[in-house]
Design a protein around this ligand. Sequence first.
Ligand SMILES: [Zn+2]
Length: 190
Amino acid sequence: MDKFELDKIEDAVKTILQAVGEDPDREGLQDTPKRVAKMYAELFAGLNDDPAHFLDVGFTEQYDEMVVLRDIPFHSMCEHHLLPFMGKAHVAYIPNGKVVGISKLARVVETFAHRPQLQERLTSQIADLLMSKLQAKGVGVIIEASHTCMTIRGVKTPGATMVTSSMQGIFRSNIATRNEAMNLLMGNHR
Ligand SMILES: [Zn+2]
């Protein structure tokens, strides 16, 4: 949190409240700029962290079958509206001599998610990092999320889920492997 200029965020929130015609000094709003500043520091904590380090400590294992971690819950902030989007990430990879603990995969998702994001970019950032840091034979990432910017504003499509995927390595080049990964990743959703 130390790298965030909390006072600047507080000033900005105060300005927004004034601009919409509110009185930032009335009792209920007095501490709001402070609270919002702290909240942004928490929601954007991933800006001050490089998720690559979670993958530094892997272990060597002669396991070359697919590893699948489904239903990693996450929440992020859409960078177009600064409204939350949330859902689940599913990650699969085929190791090439190096595997990592499942909590590390979850930390990678969390760190990338705690930044102003687009679901498409979040998906490919996770896949790219796993591919390069694990030197995996293949990586597949699927993210299912609902966007509050779609449910509470604009065309309003409550209940709609956006699904994005990034397939790399053998998951991109080999259709049978890709289909196996998709089936495992999507599980009972299909
Ligand atoms: Zn949005």
